[in-house]
Design a protein around this ligand. Structure first.
Ligand code: BDP
Length: 331
């Protein structure tokens, strides 16, 4: 008994310097997320936070602010990362391309055959080089991991059954000039500057005629109640990205930065799993509530796709070989 106590005291004495050296203080880092609690990306944010706290033995805590409470527009979160105001943001790759233009190449309209194709590209050398490019471009941002966001489709107050039906429609888009051009080429008008949590009221008030997104966002934001026509044109697959602030990472112990990077990568599989579940349940829910889904024939989709040539010429300039490599991936 006595021996055990002595042993404990010795062990305790040995641990003191460890705590002193490592710093017993906890650094709390902020993560911004536009989606609500329970959404696949938000679940992944919490999983990231859990892993970071566990692996850094409590030296670093990540506090998740969901529902766009910090930044309703992802552009705001990205700029806050650049100046080191927040440490992390889970955002879509679409607005990031306004700061790292090369990222447009992995989200060109009608680029991927399906989700598997996109994942082969993103988790292969092309996608990983792009993720590294976020930092090496000097943006002040660090790309930690890609998450799934399925495919994006138009949804409107009036049915869209062909490219002609897009004529004159005001469509809310993410903050990305390439996407604005995409809608223009389809005959509509792209509207930016509306955060995803404000799309519902913008449709309701008639500021816009519709928007575009995946099943889970369409369902979770309630947009299906005011724009009940969903056309499966699948114009883009835009991955989500977990971003870090380079300025904030520089203030941390490099070993902890490595842990953070590792934890982010590990959450990818978890998010993809959660994504698949939610994609299906969201689709089922909105269809049960009366959403009219229009499926297009391959010929009709080809009409949408044919209009994209100027985008490939403009945004693909200098990346012709890379785009070909993406198209050939998995064939
Ligand atoms: C959702 C993305 C979210 C974007 C939103 C949007 O998950 O990051 O902010 O689209 O359209 O699919 O703004």
């Amino acid at each position: 008994m006595k021996k055990a106590i002595v042993l404990l005291l010795v062990l305790a004495a040995m641990m003191v310097p460890v705590f002193a050296q490592g710093g017993s203080e906890t650094t709390t880092l902020t993560l911004s997320e536009v989606h609500a609690e329970g959404y696949p990306t938000t679940l992944a944010d919490y999983e990231f936070a859990r892993l970071v706290e566990e692996r850094t033995e409590g030296r670093i805590k990540v506090e998740v602010f969901s529902g766009g409470t910090l930044y309703g527009e992802e552009t705001g979160a990205i700029e806050a990362l650049q100046i080191g105001d927040i440490a992390f943001a889970r955002v879509s790759a679409s607005p990031v391309a306004s700061y790292v233009p090369a990222l447009n190449v992995i989200q060109l309209p009608y680029l991927y055959r399906d989700g598997d194709h996109m994942w082969q590209v993103l988790n292969g050398p092309i996608g990983q080089d792009m993720l590294a490019e976020i930092q090496s471009s000097g943006s002040g941002l660090v790309g930690l991991a890609y998450y799934d966001a399925g495919s994006r489709n138009f949804y409107t107050k009036t049915p869209v059954k062909s490219v002609e039906d897009m004529q004159g429609l005001k469509i809310r888009l993410q903050n990305n000039a390439m996407m604005v051009e995409m809608v223009q080429l389809l005959g509509g008008n792209g509207v930016t500057g509306i955060g995803p949590n404000d799309v519902y009221s913008a449709i309701q008030q008639g500021v816009i005629d519709g928007a575009e997104n995946n099943w889970p966002t369409y369902e979770s934001m309630g947009d299906y109640q005011v724009a009940p026509y969903f056309v499966l044109d699948g114009h883009t697959r835009v991955p989500e990205i977990l971003l870090a602030s380079e300025a904030v990472l520089e203030t941390l112990d490099p070993a902890d930065v490595e842990i953070i990077k590792e934890c982010a990568k590990e959450t990818q599989a978890y998010e993809i799993e959660q994504w698949a579940l939610r994609e299906q349940s969201s689709e089922e829910k909105v269809v049960a509530e009366g959403v009219q889904v229009t499926e297009l024939t391959p010929e009709q989709i080809a009409e949408f796709q044919a209009r994209m040539t100027p985008i490939y010429e403009e945004y693909g300039a200098g990346y012709e070989d890379l785009i070909q490599e993406i198209i050939n991936t998995g064939l």
